[in-house]
Write a protein that binds this ligand. Structure first.
Ligand code: IVH
Length: 697
């Protein structure tokens, strides 16, 4: 039973971890325009999350990353609803995928297999999508895509690129949609003028960063370009045409820039059928290879082709599914590859202590970009591919930022090569680096001391739920740390001695400094569970910290057992047997307290803080060790009180009913949980019955 519980808990943790990671990468990609992982790695994370949600549908909340397209809207721009949602595209990776799509379209439209649908095809521009609204021919509103429903108002910035006014025969309301991009030349010019740390990794990021400037004069200087390839709300589309290709031609006549058919290859201008081709799928498919071959001659990045059903009445009938039109599909280019030599493997330590191997390569051009580093993901990846320093390797880049090593050319391996041995100590702080069962990553255990993790640990230490020090966010911590004002977590409590230095710094007024110091003073009174949680020990979240606090009552008591964990199997077993804790947490606590410097820092913190004792859980109550679920309206106590009380008697309070539940306490109007309890044969108690049960103990 406990096994099941533990499994669920682990799955939940895994979900939280993945969701957090995806949100983090979303923010890097969409809001800061500085992604750090490849699209393929990102897709893998999303796929893992989707699989997990299939197994545990209860994790799928409306704000799960699986329920969102694109980015949450960045707050520095006003949010505006799109009049017509901005959809995304489904992907095809092979000709077969495309043929299947064609067959599906025919079935959907009730056509015979032998019938033909007319398609148009055009490059998929790797830029930033926008929507621009014209009313009576005047540009009135420009939006980013945002999450597809709500975009950011970037009217001023788009006005620097798009026509402000239209001439000719235009619909009263016309929303054009397309992609803003930065040409390769302008990208090179921009980057040449930026400091190394500020350089953009690729033109797409540069375009996105330039379009999201608060000051539109900066956008102007960045020399962005755009193509229009679609539309949103249009008051009279018939005016523009009844085919995709005709509408686009009309838009070009109105003055919009559309994807051209001409490409200059060397000194010769050649006409490559880009978006003008109209024909059935057999005519469309051969264009893919042709465009793929010349893509490097284009002045902008493309990452595939888009095929669209040409007739607008068919588009309408086909409609959309899961936020992508049925009538269009993106045929993506495969990743680009090149061969080079692996010169060294470095280990980087992430903010949360993960050791990541990075390949240092002999610089090589892959798909037009010079590559000198590649990710090696983790220990297993190196082992599996038997990647060795000195090897000749195939490097791949997929229109993204961090290239990867696909395979090793063993025939070119130097005779004196030896298998790579992954370090088991942290290269930054020399603490042990451990790998938990079932985990791919090796992690540094020197949490509170390791410089690579310090900012993150301090951020966690002072966050809500932990010491809750207001006014000490990531920004302040990073700048204090950079200037040597904070070297470890205990230094927070010495900041008062440095008040004079801080007061002189930019961004600190008398009042804000006073507030910070007062918040730090206040935080010295903390309860045991918050203190334990604040330490940021792996797998010790708020719930586990609470269980530990209730078990040991005082910091001293707790620490006595923790110090014994590494050498005393009995102590470890006792921890592991605490209801709701288990092996994984016990192991993580053991690893943490096996590092003497962690014990030193905990000791130093305890001398700065006044840690209040916790109410010790009663183990001999009738409900100790039982899992209970409260449902319906309780009349004699609040939910929070009921939970507190049950937990103090050693019960575990769960939020959903399963076969592992021992009691369901049903108040008035109990619904589905009560029903489920009855179905599963779980014992149901009324509020009064519950009270008499716990009062009897
Ligand atoms: S058509 C209804 N055509 O790719 C959806 N999209 O991955 C209309 N994109 O969100 C999209 N080039 O931002 C279309 N020639 C093209 C495109 C294109 C780039 C972008 C667009 C879309 C994303 C989907």
């Amino acid at each position: 039973m406990i096994m099941e519980d533990e499994k669920h808990k682990l799955a939940r943790k895994e979900w939280e971890h993945l969701a957090k990671e995806i949100r983090h990468h979303d923010a890097l990609y969409y809001q800061q325009d500085r992604p750090v992982i490849s699209d393929a790695q990102y897709d893998k994370l999303r796929h893992e999350l989707e699989e997990l949600e299939k197994k545990f549908p209860e994790f799928q909340t409306p704000d799960s990353p699986t329920q969102k397209v694109g980015s949450p809207v960045l707050s520095k721009f006003a949010k505006v609803h799109h009049s017509v949602p901005m959809l995304s595209l489904n992907n095809a990776f092979s000709d077969d995928d495309v043929r299947e799509w064609d067959a599906r379209n025919k079935r959907f439209l009730g056509m015979n297999e032998g019938d033909h649908i007319e398609y148009v095809c055009e490059p998929k521009i790797d830029g930033l999508s926008f929507s621009a609204r014209y009313e009576d021919g005047k540009f009135t509103l420009g939006l980013t895509r945002g999450d597809g429903e709500v975009g950011e108002n970037i009217t001023d910035n788009l006005a620097t690129i798009l026509p402000k006014e239209l001439y000719g025969d235009f619909p009263k309301i016309l929303e054009v949609r397309g992609e803003v991009y930065m040409s390769h030349e302008n990208f090179a010019i921009l980057n040449a003028g930026l400091a190394d740390d500020d350089k953009f990794a690729n033109p797409r990021n540069a375009a996105a960063g330039s379009l999201r400037q608060k000051d539109s004069s900066i956008t102007t200087k960045r020399n962005l370009s755009y193509f229009v390839y679609g539309w949103g709300e249009v008051s009279n589309i018939v005016l523009l045409g009844d085919r995709q290709s005709l509408v686009i031609k009309s838009l070009a006549k109105l003055g919009f820039s559309i994807i051209p058919d001409d490409v200059v290859v060397g000194n010769v201008m050649i006409r490559i059928p880009l978006h003008k081709v109209e024909g059935d799928i057999k005519k469309i498919l051969p264009i893919y290879q042709g465009v793929s071959d010349i893509r490097h001659y284009l002045n902008y990045d493309i990452d595939g082709l888009v095929y669209k059903v040409n007739r607008l009445d068919y588009q309408k009938r086909l409609g959309e599914i899961a936020r992508a039109p049925r009538w269009a599909i993106a045929h993506k280019f495969p990743a680009e590859q090149a061969v080079t030599v692996l010169e060294a493997i470095d280990i980087q330590v992430g903010r949360t202590g993960t050791l990541t191997p990075v390949a240092r390569l002999k610089p090589i051009t892959v798909g037009g970009v010079v590559v000198s580093n590649a990710t090696l993901h983790n220990e297993d990846e190196i082992e599996r591919k038997d990647i060795r320093v000195g090897d000749t390797v195939v490097v791949q880049r997929a229109g993204d930022v961090i290239p990867q090593i696909v395979e090793v050319d063993v025939s070119k391996r130097p005779a004196a090569s030896y298998k790579y041995v992954f370090p088991d100590t942290c290269p930054v702080c020399k603490s042990h680096a451990v790998r938990e069962e079932g985990e791919v990553a090796r992690r540094c255990t020197g949490g509170l001391l390791c410089e690579a993790q310090l900012v993150e640990r301090i951020r966690h230490f002072v966050a809500r739920g932990a010491l809750d020090i207001e006014g000490l966010g990531e920004k302040q911590i990073t700048s204090f740390w950079n200037d040597g004002l904070i070297k470890n977590v205990t230094d927070i409590f010495n900041l008062a001695d440095k008040a004079e230095i801080i007061a002189k710094r930019e961004g600190w007024g008398k009042k804000s400094l006073e507030n910070l110091l007062a918040a730090i003073e206040k935080s010295r009174d903390v309860n045991l569970e918050k203190f334990i949680y604040a330490l940021g020990i792996r797998h010790v979240g708020e719930v586990t910290a609470k269980l530990l606090a209730r078990e040991y009552g005082s910091a001293d008591n707790w620490l006595v057992t923790m110090k014994k964990l590494a050498s005393d199997a009995g102590a470890r077993e006792m921890v592991q047997n605490i209801h709701g804790i288990g092996e994984i947490v016990a192991e993580s606590l053991t690893d943490f307290f096996a590092e003497s410097h962690n014990i030193e820092i905990v000791g130093a913190l305890l001398s700065q803080l006044r840690v209040a004792d916790a109410m010790v859980a009663s183990h001999d109550s009738a409900v100790a060790g039982k899992t209970v679920v409260f449902t319906g309206t309780l009349t004699k106590m609040s939910r929070a009180e009921a939970k507190e009380r049950a937990e103090s008697l050693g019960a575990k309070v769960a939020s959903s009913v399963s076969a592992q539940t021992n009691f369901v306490i049903a108040g008035a109007d109990a619904g589905s949980k009560l029903k489920k309890a009855n179905e599963l044969g779980v014992q149901v108690l009324s509020e009064d019955e519950w009270l008499s049960l716990i009062q009897a103990t």
